[in-house]
Design a protein around this ligand. Structure first.
Ligand SMILES: [Cu+2]
Length: 506
């Protein structure tokens, strides 16, 4: 105990001095700039919300090239040098149907290793599939192929780099894009809102993370929607829209303030239910929400409210203040709704197709009937496992992050379910911070919280586990065999070792 106190004091001293410290959570090993000083926050919001370029499959196939490289992008009244797919932040939206094959030729033109993860897709983790162990070196090109089962859940997913040690830096710098899986063409009045955050130096580079950022999980000073600073959403009062909100932030939790927007929640991640009051809607990093929104006439702010995701339990490192997890409210966009017939979608003729009185529509037609998402509560689990988020003091002045006291080791298999079996995993968080738990490939049905059954189970691929709590999930290891990972979706924690390996075999 005395030893830990001394190490804690070392960390706090080092953070306070801003000096270089080696340890379990070291400084950037990437080619990104080392400057940790912030430049001015861009202003100049209010431009109309843009939609990323959409690339759609046809005849069961989507072939795309993703060129990763540095590019200048405009953020409000500032120019930033960010990392991009095909020159834009976010990258293009990939639109697929269940059963489709997605081929991605990935060119790595950044100066550090990378790879590609298709977050939430139920696809093979092996070979050139959704394989987090691949390493695409600078200058290399790699051909990915992902084949979706014919009963793949519909909904909103996303892609981003997943090379251990570089994930947070690369996403923070701009590498993310959406994947939509739908049975048909885009619905009228559909909007994608990709929320991200970034910090810039005075010369427009992405600000490097501090040690404190890496321990707390960095939160960018600039919050973007589709790469824009506080854009304007031009809507028609009383006209229903369908919003897909994606939280691609490295650590920031979104607590969506939907007042004045007549919002109904269709579901989070692959979960779907009858449209309902969204209540206190918190999206952890990686989560997506689909909403029906019917704005009132006038101008309203679409905000994220403050959210305290805990601290290090060490006094000055806790909660709010200058330590990154500021939990402040942020205006994401302004919604301007009028009754003049303008739709905001460039076609005034479609204004009457989804009026306020249309209670059915998109909501009921998207309720899925996938065997993958069957109720698993009746299954007899082949195994019950307990997996704990752990944070400790490292050998140097850094902290260690892991599960069950072990840091990530790509060569070690931590969980070994039999392919086709159903397992029950209880995820324990005895740390003083919230950690969102993400499992690749297989969706999780949350059936319990803090030792009690939940009244209504729900599906997630990222499950928020608040400090001091537990969540119990049922997982059907269906369809695929192979090795993949589970990890904390505060991506600074993942890069620091809060990740484990699961291999489904047999
Ligand atoms: Cu974490």
């Amino acid at each position: 105990m005395r030893e830990m106190t001394r190490r804690q004091a070392l960390i706090l001293g080092a953070v306070g001095a801003g000096s270089l410290v080696t340890g379990a959570v070291g400084l950037s090993q990437t080619g990104l700039p080392w400057d940790q000083r912030s430049g001015p926050i861009p202003s100049g919001g209010g431009a109309d919300l843009l939609q990323p370029n959409v690339l759609s499959s046809s005849d069961g196939l989507l072939e795309v090239e993703l060129e990763m490289g540095r590019a200048e992008v405009t953020l409000g009244d500032r120019t930033a040098l960010m990392l991009t797919y095909n020159g834009t932040v976010p990258g293009p939206t990939l639109r697929l149907r269940p059963g489709d094959t997605l081929r991605v030729r990935l060119h790595n033109d950044i100066d550090e290793p990378t790879n590609l993860h298709v977050h939430g897709l139920h696809v093979s983790p092996e070979g050139n599939g959704d394989n987090p162990f691949l390493k695409i070196e600078p200058g290399e090109t790699f051909d990915y192929e992902f084949t979706l089962p014919s009963d793949h859940p519909t909904g909103t997913f996303w892609y981003h780099p997943h090379h251990h040690g570089y994930v947070a830096d690369q996403i923070f710098a701009g590498l993310y894009g959406a994947i939509l899986v739908e049975d048909g063409p885009p619905a009228d009045g559909e909007r994608l809102l990709i929320v991200s955050d970034v910090s810039l130096t005075s010369d427009g580079n992405v600000r490097a993370a501090s040690i404190r950022d890496r321990m707390m999980g960095r939160e960018g000073e600039i919050v973007l929607v589709n790469g824009q600073v506080q854009p304007r959403i031009a809507a028609t009062a009383g006209r229903r829209e369908r919003w897909r909100v994606v939280n691609t932030c490295v650590s920031r939790h979104l607590r969506l303030d939907l007042a004045g927007m007549g919002a109904l929640l269709l579901g989070v991640d692959v979960d779907r239910h009858e449209p309902r009051d969204p209540g206190d809607l918190i999206l952890a990093p990686g989560n997506r929400a689909e909403l029906l929104v019917t704005a009132d006439a006038g101008t309203s702010e679409f905000r994220t409210l403050g959210y305290d995701r805990g601290g290090m339990g060490m006094g000055m490192m806790g909660g709010g203040g200058p330590f990154g997890n500021d939990g402040r409210a942020v205006v994401l966009a302004t919604v301007e709704a009028d009754g003049s017939g303008r739709t905001g979608f460039g076609d005034a003729d479609d204004g009457g197709q989804a009026g306020a009185g249309d209670e059915g529509g998109a909501a009921t037609s998207t309720l899925p009937e996938q065997t993958l998402l069957r109720d698993l509560r009746d299954a007899e689990p082949a195994a019950r496992r307990t997996i704990s988020f752990t944070m400790g003091m490292g050998m140097g002045a850094g902290m260690t992050f892991g599960f069950n006291g072990q840091e990530f080791d790509a060569d070690r298999t931590d969980q070994d379910p039999a392919a086709g079996s159903v397992e029950e995993w209880t995820i324990l968080n005895t740390t003083p911070m919230d950690h969102p738990f993400h499992l690749h490939v297989w969706p999780m049905q949350v059936v319990g919280a803090n030792g009690s059954a939940v009244s209504e189970p729900y599906w997630r691929d990222v499950v928020q586990v608040p400090a001091g709590e537990s969540r119990t999930m049922r997982i059907a290891f269906d369809t695929f065999t192979g090795r993949t990972v589970y990890h904390c979706h505060i991506l600074d924690h993942e890069d620091a070792g809060m990740m484990g390996v699961v291999e489904a075999s047999g």
